[in-house]
Design a protein around this ligand. Structure first.
Ligand SMILES: Cc1cc2nc3c(=O)[nH]c(=O)nc-3n(C[C@H](O)[C@H](O)[C@H](O)COP(=O)(O)OP(=O)(O)OC[C@H]3O[C@@H](n4cnc5c(N)ncnc54)[C@H](O)[C@@H]3O)c2cc1C
Length: 380
């Protein structure tokens, strides 16, 4: 008999799980509380969707509950970057690679959503929009009863693909944690990640809006890339990478100090030589050059440029964070992402306690985990 599978959440991981399960001869219903599928995908990569990364390994991920990365490695192996590229190619979506980051060749996140939608429809998946799952109960026969905003229905398997709590405007508002807890699952403390950081000091407004390639060091971790200065602190690629660890430390009330090297490709001796003849105008954005040069004149210390001290005192919250770190503990699922508490219950994507770095790693986790859960839910 064909299995009836319910998937909760039509984000990246839910759509992938639904397509895989339907291809494996299951009757799939995809519930989505929004009035459209893949709302968050549309916002990814500034509308261009950094869909994956061809430099994929467990080192780009963080989890408190999968400390040896055992499950993560297994899942990324089962559905790798190459599998993802081939999956989308089969649907007519080709990748272009920029510094290991993969984007759809169209340069549009919308094409990813359109292509997923076509494939869901082609596989006769019932998409139930504007329908929220409120409660999951397990029946005496081991089936799942879903209480939705519109009624009650039973299924053989359930996949929770509800996302985290960051960027709630796109629909993921923490429901998955609530549903998981109701079923007795442990949720590792959540925290915003890939988010802007707020810093001490009343000078930020003076240099706000500046973008420059820099090295940022915080708590012994250094990241390089385009730094963006805001009127409250720092943002941009290196800051997002550091925020994964920084937000956890802030949550533990740790003092978070670091520094910025505004000219990482110029060594101290060379910079001293330059400063003996010139100001910084030929090297940096004019606003930043003037600000740093004034500081240098006052202090005569090259460190105001090479080791500009910062103290981080906060982050910009879940609302502005790209992802949520923490989530359903990996200790309570098997390598197929099936619950160890209830046979037939699965989790995928950001609702789980796995967080990737910036660069396509979170979507890759959504594709890999969605594939693995969809495949095994339909086969076992
Ligand atoms: C601004 C922004 C930019 C990003 N850019 C990138 C990027 O370029 N590359 C990258 O790899 N990652 C990026 N990310 C992260 C990435 O988008 C997410 O990690 C990924 O989409 C998570 O997929 P998911 O399927 O787990 O959850 P989501 O995509 O969040 O989907 C969950 C879905 O479940 C629905 N839902 C929730 N609760 C219920 C319920 N009770 N009943 C029914 N439906 C429910 C939600 O409405 C939502 O549609 C970005 C995130 C943001 C916010």
């Amino acid at each position: 008999m064909q299995k009836k599978i319910a998937i909760i959440g039509a984000g990246a991981s839910g759509c992938m799980a639904a397509i895989v399960a339907a291809k494996n001869n299951c009757i799939v219903t995809l519930f989505e509380s929004n009035d459209q599928i893949g709302k968050k995908i549309l916002a990814t990569g500034n509308g261009r969707c950094n869909i994956s990364n061809n430099n994929l390994s467990e080192t780009y991920y963080y989890s408190e509950s999968d400390v040896d990365n055992n499950k993560l490695i297994h899942i990324l192996d089962e559905f790798s970057f190459e599998n993802t590229r081939d999956f989308f190619k089969e649907l007519g979506l080709y990748f272009t690679i920029k510094e290991s980051m993969a984007y759809p060749k169209s340069g549009q996140a919308q094409s990813v959503v359109n292509i997923l939608k076509n494939e869901l429809e082609r596989n006769h998946i019932l998409i139930r929009l504007s329908e929220r799952i409120k409660k999951i109960s397990v029946t005496d026969t081991g089936r799942f009863e879903l209480k939705t905003s519109k009624g009650i229905e039973e299924f053989d398997r359930v996949i929770i693909a509800t996302g985290g709590i960051s960027s709630a405007i796109s629909g993921s508002d923490g429901d998955g944690y609530y549903l998981a807890k109701q079923l007795g699952h442990t949720v590792v403390d959540t925290c915003p990640a890939l988010v802007q950081l707020k810093c001490d000091g009343n000078f930020w407004e003076q240099i706000s809006g500046v973008r420059c390639d820099a090295c940022v060091t915080l708590a012994d971790c250094t990241e390089y890339g385009e730094l963006q200065i805001t009127d409250y602190g720092i943002s941009g690629f290196p800051v997002f990478q550091l925020s994964l660890n920084a937000c956890r430390r802030l949550q533990n009330n740790e003092f978070l100090e670091g520094y910025i090297d505004f000219l990482p490709d110029i060594c101290e001796d060379e910079l001293k030589e330059i400063l003996s003849k010139h100001n910084l105008e030929g090297l940096l954005n004019p606003k930043l050059a003037e600000f740093l040069f004034k500081k240098y004149i006052l202090s005569k210390d090259i460190n105001v440029i090479k080791k500009f001290r910062i103290t981080v005192n906060g982050h910009n919250g879940y609302k502005n964070a790209q992802v949520t770190s923490g989530g359903v503990s990996l200790t309570e699922v098997d390598t197929h992402l099936q619950s160890l508490k209830y046979k037939g219950l699965y989790f995928t994507g950001e609702v789980l306690d796995i967080t990737g770095k910036c660069g396509g790693y979170n979507l890759q986790w959504a594709w890999s985990s969605g594939y693995v859960a969809g495949m095994h839910a339909s086969k076992t």
